[in-house]
Design a binder for this molecule. Sequence first.
Ligand code: ATP
Ligand code: MG
Length: 573
Amino acid sequence: MSESPAHEVAKPSDFIREIINKDLEAGRHDKVVTRFPPEPNGFLHIGHAKSICLNFGLAKEYSKRLPGTGTDCHLRFDDTDPTKEDTLFEESIQADVRWLGFEWKQIYHASDYFERLYECAEHLIEAGKAYVCSLSDPEIREYRGTVKSAGKNSPYRERSVEENLDLFRRMRKGEFKDGLHVLRAKIDMANPNMKMRDPLLYRIRHARHHMTGDQWCIYPMYDFAHPISDAIEGITHSICTLEFENNRELYDWVVDELMEFAKFPTRPRQYEFARLNLNYTVMSKRRLLELVEGSHVRGWDDPRLPTLAGLRRRGYTPESIRDLCASVGVAKANSTVDMAQLEFCIRNDLNHKAPRVMAVLNPLKLVIENYPDDKVEELEASYWPHDVPKEGSRMVPFSKEIFIDRDDFMLDPPKKYFRLAPGTEVRLRYAYCVTCTDVVKDDAGNVTEIRCTYDPDTLGKNPEGRKVKGTIHWVSAAHAVDAEVRLYDRLLSQEAPPTGKDSEFLNAINPDALVVLTGCKLERSLADAKPQDRFQFERQGYFINDEKDSKPDAPVYNRIVTLKDSWARSQGK
Ligand code: ATP
Ligand code: MG
């Protein structure tokens, strides 16, 4: 056995770690450098979180094993398309990566390398490996052939090196309109891998770039810029999602053709893993953009969206999202993760983080006829259930008039309804047992108030000789804090968005994904709550004080998740 540190480590948990360990053992690398390369053309979503956790996670793990080697993960903006990218997106991406719990030493941009990329392109031209093609876009597509049939050579393929250099330099100078020429690699128009059929390396785009301004009017394509950026930065393992599998051959071609000329510090390799897919939502940036721009949601951080900004505002914790990524693992086969798995992760995290309080979302007044008019009792209520090893409590005021939830009262209840109904008795959480003696109705027959009597002997103990099965939550009317509560549910009402035409998925939007309740009644202690404070509203779910819309005297709460999987139950699962 060798003395290599790789041997000291437990069995790798996935195939990427297995590859890295083998590379270290074989001495192919003495450090691990990964990168997370978002294009700044939208907000990050939970799928990106999987890539972030993997790439930054690897750097964190291996830098412990390989201290002082430069083991690292680069945050690199893959900013090669000036027409779609923006500084605003860069800022949101940085905020999201930090929020997830990862840091970087320095920010990289593909645009930092525009000059070197250009030199590499000229080198390929001089080596007879690239040419300026003047076919139009549709012609290029037609000449490419199909999966079943070979393509045919561009009539411009045999241009001389001199002519190619001249044209390419004039492209850079801005002499030509968008689309007039492109630079292509000269590989093989009959290659079974379509990506190898003389792929585009550069195109003309007269557009202002958010980093380089008007310095350039030609921009490198992803398949050219990405491998070179990796190689320049000394990336050892370039990890991307499975849809790039066919691009790997081109990645290798670019690096191999330029290795000697550009004197790259490492020979990076690309590895593909399965992307994270979630049901009941959409994940592609294109669709998210459509939802935002079409005002189907209230912005990129709308809590219905699977964007990290949306999940954060919804109340998800970074721990819960990292936990989901860890539990999903890194595999080579695509699959769809059930939203219930994410919901499990957040419930699991908040169970020991979110204090329990009482809130009435659909208030119904309850008057205790035999309770003294002006009396107020302060009752101690624990913030934590018995199975959470935490201490702490607050006092809740109890008085003659309280609110209970409409769902906890029925005029004509079915069997086994253990809440309140005419003539039945129920326990008020932390307080007394009450019996419903009468109801008040409006002209339309709706119950507007219920009347009860209380048993003064039932504070903290069971009533004599009777069994009271139900316990309900309540809030003292005179002490209640009024709030708006936003109930969020899944973005789509079907598991997978329709695969048809582009915008068809809009028809699958769940109309109940947002239900806004006003006039909700929160217990007094919540008067002190601050934006981003999380609570469990007893019997209802986990909620967060909204970071944007809450005002000190007009709080807004978002439902993070219900307590149990009420969705699965309502779907009869
Ligand atoms: P989308 O396809 O969702 O619009 P994208 O792939 O265009 O996103 P990029 O900014 O190119 O977004 O992605 C940055 C990195 O995140 C890439 O390495 C990409 O492979 C990875 N990534 C994107 N979506 C997912 C996903 N669902 N699961 C895992 N990794 C992902
Ligand atoms: Mg992409």
